[in-house]
Ligand binder design. Structure first.
Ligand SMILES: Cc1cc2nc3c(=O)[nH]c(=O)nc-3n(C[C@H](O)[C@H](O)[C@H](O)COP(=O)(O)OP(=O)(O)OC[C@H]3O[C@@H](n4cnc5c(N)ncnc54)[C@H](O)[C@@H]3O)c2cc1C
Length: 461
């Protein structure tokens, strides 16, 4: 008899589980039901219309340097549709002015001394201090580090605060002094472990990297929802139910029982929970040990404010993909994508579009603003930075509460403990998605694939 599988959450992770489960069992397809709380699938991948163009409200691209996103798109038959950012040049704000990022930057780490010095982003003394990394003895403390610990020890505090934290911190909406180096920036960890000098290690990686010259990110003309919509459209044996909010997941004599608002309780042979850990923790009333472990994963909240202007009102030439804002600048803005420079199809010739990020771990100031005052405040900050003369003509606020899981030091051990507890207390239940083993889209796809294999193994053992 066919097995019943319930997947909770219709983001990229949950959809990937459904897709891979179908592929793994083509000869004997299980009955798969996917339950999604909101009215649409996609989760944090959402595209909507702005000034007449389809513009992403959160993720706007995925990484091409790891295989899982590209492989899925090839399987779905959409690999020919890729588009790439039109510019990779970017800026950082220093004392209220824009400075181009130096050449040879790897995740915020400068590998070209002269370019760093000329950029005037850090003081000459700090540039020299960073250059000393190439001759300083090995001072690895012998234990796992945070991103900030590595950068401060090898390159000094100014590089950490004005280059690495603005970049890696904004990708993760986090504080790099707390984020686990191996999980958040494995490339930096590998470089630092193989070579006493971080800069030499990164240069060696680049020299050996040969073919790693193509675009780092890709997307689709229709926006990132094209990926999740295509994924859903190719599910043949999955019953996708939207507007269904799951309330609890319990052991049952016949399997695992799922209770949700608006539909009868259902019992399945296996249940995949692809909701964020802070949501998933509420499903397990009876297991305080699982709940307390899940609750140890912290989240930060962000908002993306999309602003449209008449091109003639913006004096800055916008020759880049955007700008980063270090914390010490004291602005609400943490980063701003010059969205219509990065993705030219996002605006016509007469307009420009910006996507402004606010909020990160430890910075919840934006929550005190309602949408209208948030837009006004952010527009004021932009006006000064980019020489904007007129007012914005369209705006949109996309709030993403508790959206970025913080991979703090020890996160991997914590996730392993959660998996162990689930196996003991809730056999047949599987957790997956951005809270656990990678938060970028490709990493969520990889986890979806792995979870589908784990479920298949469990059901055939
Ligand atoms: C602003 C922002 C920008 C980002 N930019 C990028 C980027 O450019 N590139 C990149 O690779 N990554 C980016 N990310 C990260 C990436 O988008 C996410 O990590 C990823 O999409 C998360 O997928 P997921 O399936 O794990 O979770 P989610 O997308 O959160 O999906 C979980 C789903 O579960 C549903 N759900 C919640 N509670 C219940 C319930 N009780 N019952 C049923 N369903 C429920 C939710 O509605 C949601 O659809 C960004 C994230 C944000 C927030």
């Amino acid at each position: 008899m066919s097995k019943n599988i319930i997947i909770i959450g219709g983001g990229i992770a949950g959809l990937s589980v459904a897709y891979r489960l179908e592929k793994l069992s083509e000869s004997d397809p299980p009955n798969i039901t996917l339950l999604e709380k909101s009215g649409e699938i996609g989760g944090k991948i959402r595209t909507s219309s702005f000034l007449g163009h389809q513009i992403d409200e959160a993720a706007d691209a995925f990484l091409t340097r790891v295989p899982w996103g590209l492989e899925l798109c090839r399987e779905l038959g959409i690999a020919a549709d890729y588009i790439y950012p039109a510019s990779s040049k970017a800026y950082v704000v220093v004392n209220g002015s824009l400075r181009p990022l130096p050449l040879g930057l790897v995740l915020g780490v400068p590998t070209k001394f002269l370019s760093l010095l000329k950029s005037r982003i850090v003081s000459p003394m700090s540039a020299i201090r960073a250059g000393l990394d190439r001759i300083k003895p090995d001072d690895w403390p012998g234990h796992d580090e945070t991103v900030g610990e590595l950068i401060r020890r090898r390159l000094g505090p100014e590089i950490a605060e004005k280059l690495v934290d603005p970049l890696i911190g904004s990708i993760n909406a986090g504080d790099t002094d707390l984020l686990d180096l191996g999980l958040v920036a494995p490339q930096l960890e590998a470089a630092a472990r193989k070579n006493k000098s971080l800069i030499n290690g990164l240069r060696n990686q680049a020299a050996q990297g040969g073919d790693r010259t193509g675009p780092v990110f890709c997307s689709f003309p229709e926006g990132m929802s094209y990926l999740t919509n295509t994924l859903r459209s190719q599910l043949k044996h999955t019953d996708v139910q939207t507007n269904v909010e799951v309330k609890s997941v319990l052991n049952d004599a016949n399997g695992v029982k799922v209770s949700a608002h608006g539909i009868p309780d259902a019992v399945a042979d296996a249940v995949v929970i692809a909701t964020p850990a802070n949501v998933s923790s509420k499903f397990f009333d009876n297991f305080p040990s699982v709940i307390s472990l899940l609750q140890q994963i912290e989240f930060s909240s962000v908002a993306l404010i999309t602003l449209g202007y008449r091109r003639s009102d913006v004096l800055n030439s916008l020759d880049g993909s955007g700008m980063l804002v270090p914390k010490n600048e004291g602005l609400l803005i943490t980063a701003c994508s010059w969205a219509s420079s990065k993705w030219p199809h996002w605006a016509d010739n007469n307009h420009v579009v910006f996507r402004v990020s606010v909020g990160r771990y430890g910075d919840t100031r934006f929550n005190a603003y309602d949408d209208s005052s948030l837009v006004t405040h952010v527009a004021d900050e932009l006006k000064n930075l980019l020489d904007i003369e007129g007012e914005f003509i369209e705006s949109r606020v996309s709030r993403w509460p508790s959206s970025f899981p913080q991979y703090k030091r020890g996160h991997e051990t914590l996730v392993n403990s959660i998996d162990d507890q689930i196996k003991v207390h809730l056999p047949g239940v599987f957790l997956t998605g951005s809270s656990y083993r990678g938060l970028g889209i490709p990493a969520c796809i990889r986890q979806g694939n792995e979870t589908a294999r784990d479920v298949t193994d469990y059901l055939t053992q």
